[in-house]
Design a protein around this ligand. Structure first.
Ligand code: NAG
Ligand code: NAG
Length: 364
């Protein structure tokens, strides 16, 4: 998730004509309907021969046997050291580009120190490094680092939003998080372009299995029309969530070229979710906000994501200003009704990114 798992093109920046939008919407509806039929058939097929499993063995399990049965003592040891009494850890992923000095890793760690009640959470944070250089940088600034190897992949550069590397990296993350759940660890996964300003554990829904932040929140935590952002999730380890993550990962083959978040937006409507019994909740942007939709009340803000933003430099620029706004607030140097002075560079990053994308991969 390095680069910007959460980043979704802001509506205003997408110059689709009304006609294109209608056609696109129809296509989406058709593909959702088609997907629903396929799922229905799978469930029927399965319940005929295998009534106690929701998915055919071949569909949900075979593909995973290879990695889920691999024991990983080093990962287990790292997670055990970092976990709290509830076997819960905080996880983020990091690559070399984001680990550069004065870049996102530094800002991410700094936010825990600047935040209210967040410093003590650092001992539960495991930084999952996607390359050797990130691992080296992590070791210099944090006690719990883990290097995740992916055969044949090189994730060390700034994988620009929606390139092939970016997609590979996002899906590798879903696969990795599945294995964490299988080891019995619950987790808060956070992108490292999210600033932690207050303790999120005070604002989670106690009864949910899977809770996820949103780019835009529509007012109800149970409304499936919320636009979830995979950059921040709290997932409890249980059989429901393990099944759900496997289903999510497998569903990528039905939507080629899509990232985990797009696919989540499709499968969130799947009849399989009530079948599994998975309880999903969407987190309010008032507490878990971002540049797409900022939490306005500083006393309620837990995390702020540099979403609706592409380009490492844009994120770093705006997050630095955000931390400055926050520190004025906690040091009582802000006005009685403080407001954010961001997004700035992030606001125009999609347009500028498009212009420079062809010339230079690391646009933005
Ligand atoms: C990975 O990519 C980076 C640039 O993005 C390059 O500097 C590095 O040499 C590559 N590593 C390998 C092992 O190919
Ligand atoms: C910090 O958190 C405590 C406990 O949640 C709260 O009472 C206090 O008002 C917070 N401080 C600020 C500056 O928000």
């Amino acid at each position: 998730m390095k680069p910007s798992s959460g980043d979704v093109q802001p509506g205003g920046a997408a110059p689709f004509s009304a006609h294109t939008a209608v056609v696109r919407w129809k296509t989406v509806r058709l593909s959702v309907a088609f997907f629903g039929v396929i799922l229905g058939l799978l469930v029927l097929y399965n319940s005929a021969i295998n009534p106690f499993n929701i998915l055919p063995v071949s569909y949900s399990y075979r593909a995973f046997r290879s990695y889920s049965s691999l024991r990983n003592p080093l990962l287990e040891k790292t997670l055990t050291k970092a976990s709290n009494e509830d076997k819960t850890v905080i996880l983020t992923t990091l690559n070399a580009a984001w680990a550069e000095p004065e870049s996102l890793l530094d800002l991410f760690l700094k936010s825990f120190h600047a935040g209210n009640g967040t410093q003590r959470l650092l001992k539960h944070l495991v930084i999952v490094c996607l390359d050797a250089k990130a691992y080296q940088r992590c070791g210099a600034s944090h006690p719990h680092c883990y290097q995740l190897d992916t055969e044949g992949a090189n994730f060390s550069g700034e994988a620009y939003f929606m390139t092939a590397d970016y997609l590979k990296m996002m899906w590798r993350r879903i696969q990795f998080l599945t294995s964490v759940l299988e080891m019995g660890f619950s987790f808060v996964f956070t992108d490292s372009d999210i600033m932690w300003l207050q303790d999120p554990f005070n604002h989670f829904h106690p009864d949910a299995d899977f809770q996820i932040a949103c780019d835009t929140f529509k007012g109800s935590s149970e409304d499936l029309n919320n636009r979830p952002n995979g950059g921040f999730v709290y997932v409890k380890s249980n059989t429901k969530t393990i099944r759900f993550y496997k289903f999510w990962y497998e569903s990528r083959t039905m939507f080629p070229g899509r990232h985990d978040q797009d696919v989540l937006n499709k499968i969130k409507h799947s009849p399989l979710i009530p079948e599994i019994g998975l309880k999903i909740r969407f987190l309010d942007t008032a507490n878990f906000g971002g540049f797409c939709q900022m939490g306005r009340d500083f006393t309620k803000v837990c995390t702020v994501h540099a979403n609706c933003c592409v380009g490492l430099n844009n994120k770093v620029h705006d997050l630095r200003i955000l931390l400055n706004d926050w520190s004025k607030f906690v040091n009582h140097k802000a006005s009685s009704r403080p407001s954010w002075s961001v997004p700035q560079d992030c606001r125009t990053s999609f347009q500028r990114g498009r212009q420079s994308k062809h010339g230079k991969k690391k646009g933005g």
